[in-house]
Ligand binder design. Structure first.
Ligand SMILES: Cc1ncc(COP(=O)(O)O)c(C=O)c1O
Length: 481
């Protein structure tokens, strides 16, 4: 029998869920206990995975079992076998790539989402999932200061959000040129021009490939030392051509965290009748705090916005948001039908995403927004920025460390003495295990990127990471002399 809730050990992941408790012998109860143990291990476990892919193949591999076995022991086996190959991405000292953690409300709601196993495509099939998305969409638009009439598609991440928004954009600009792309396709269509900054994220190019517009459609505009598009060069590029045009801007460059000059850039695009899309995978959240809002001034005048909930908002993977001002364009591009379905006149969630059937991603987004509220989201953004500045100051104080960006948001990019030293430090940091930051190339130099994206990171985590890094830099330099 399940233990009463008050007898259950407390901790980040503990408590009761659907009447199950830790030590519950059911597979779900066992999973809850194992998940709680993983969460409890996050502050101290090595951040980078200890085992390799090959180790994991050996541990998890073998022939397909000939016959069934007990699901609860399979879950326990999975947790034990996979553990050395797991990375502490939801932990407080994972600063690699741009990876958010999992806020407790979002994580627990995500567990419920799996248990409920709702197919969020149709309103009629799961009114709760559809309503959670509608309500969460309204809260998102409110907290981000975007037009209230916009539609929001709950997709898997930034890539799909860019794809979905640019699908709506493709519809919008071609409809404006008298071409029905959903019916006629692209053969014989007016050429679509996509004007974007040199430091756009790769997922913009990938989305254009998916959409059949092709990367040759891109007119690349120069950007400055922080990766911000040059507004004057954008204006000149727009004037140099014509026809259906999409302008892609960026709120948050992946190395520097820099924001394009959105106000002037959107104004220039408007003068040329272009559709303006903003990739704000992590940076759109600057709009949620009064202290960072000036970075995105003018953003509400764009036509579409891509962002992730699994980055700055700290919803577990996978959770992206495709926001489109013109709901009709959004629905025209992705709307679905089927005689056997029970559709809703006003539209269904599957009209706004590339998937037909899908997970009810709105529940965790609803939960984290309800838990944090307006001030909590602003505090989260401010805390991430504060930690990024603390990290940058600590790094810059180290001899031979050069912080290469203006730390305006959550990203810090730095280099050491030379490329070889930078790479060696990046490699050792992963092996040492205190913190994870990941290598890249920026403006021709090998660099290390630090992305401050986790809700649970404290100033002490920043200091501990700096100390580990300083020791590694000392060791690397010692080895090289
Ligand atoms: C600016 C930007 N756009 C798009 C993406 C892609 O997002 P996702 O990995 O969620 O698909 C990222 C990822 O870091 C990003 O930084």
């Amino acid at each position: 029998m399940a233990a009463p809730a008050e007898n259950v050990a407390s901790g980040p992941g503990r408590g009761t869920i659907c009447g199950m408790t830790p030590d519950d012998p059911t597979p779900a109860g066992r999973a809850l206990d194992l998940a709680a143990a993983f969460l409890d291990s996050l502050p101290e476990r090595p951040v980078w995975a200890r085992a390799s892919y090959e180790d994991m193949l050996a541990a998890l591999g073998g022939p397909l079992p000939a016959s069934p076995s007990d699901p609860a022991s399979v879950v326990a086996d999975l947790a034990n076998l996979a553990d050395p190959g797991l990375t502490a991405t939801p932990g407080p000292r994972f600063f690699g790539f741009v990876v958010g953690g999992a806020h407790p409300a979002a994580l627990a709601a995500d567990w419920l989402t799996s248990a409920w196993d709702q197919n969020a495509g149709l309103t009629a099939m799961t009114p709760a999932a559809a309503a959670a998305e509608t309500v969460a969409a309204g809260w998102l638009l409110d907290v981000l200061g975007l037009p209230a009439e916009s539609s929001v598609g709950f997709v898997t991440g930034g890539q799909q959000a860019n794809f979905t928004c640019l699908g709506a954009a493709r519809h919008g600009v071609l409809a404006g040129a008298g071409w029905d792309v959903e019916r006629r396709g692209l053969r014989g269509a007016p050429e679509v021009r996509v004007v974007a900054g040199a430091d756009r994220h790769d997922t913009i190019d990938i989305a254009l490939r998916y959409l059949g517009l092709g990367t040759d459609a891109i007119v690349t505009v120069a950007s400055d030392d922080q990766g911000r598009i040059d507004a004057a060069a954008l204006r000149a590029a727009l004037a140099a051509g014509g026809g259906p045009t999409i302008v892609c801007l960026q709120a948050g460059e992946v190395h520097t965290g820099a924001f394009d000059p959105l106000g002037p850039a959107i104004e220039a695009a408007r003068e040329h009748g272009a559709w303006v899309h903003v990739d704000g995978a992590f940076g759109l959240w600057a709009a949620a705090s009064p202290s960072t809002r000036p970075l995105v001034e003018g953003i509400a005048a764009a036509d579409s916005w891509a962002t992730d909930a699994h980055k700055t908002l700290n919803v577990p993977f996978d959770s992206g948001l495709a926001i489109v001002r013109d709901r009709a364009a959004h629905r025209a591009a992705f709307g679905a039908q089927g005689a056997y379905l029970i559709t809703t006149e006003a539209g269904d969630p599957f009209d706004l995403v590339p998937e037909f059937s899908r997970r009810a991603r709105g529940f965790p987004v609803w939960a984290v927004l309800r838990s944090l509220g307006r001030s909590g989201v602003a505090d989260l953004v401010d805390r991430l920025c504060r930690n990024a500045r603390r990290m940058a100051e600590g790094l810059a104080a180290g001899p031979g460390v050069e912080v290469l960006n203006d730390v305006v948001f959550t990203q810090v990019v730095f280099a050491l003495d030379d490329d070889a030293t930078t790479d060696a430090v990046a490699r050792r940091l992963l092996a040492e295990g205190t913190a994870v930051m990941t290598p890249s190339t920026w403006r021709g130099r090998r660099v290390i990127r630090c992305s401050m994206s986790n809700w649970s990171t404290t100033a002490a985590d920043v200091d501990r990471s700096l100390a580990a890094l300083a020791a590694i830099v000392g060791d690397v330099r010692g080895d090289r002399t």
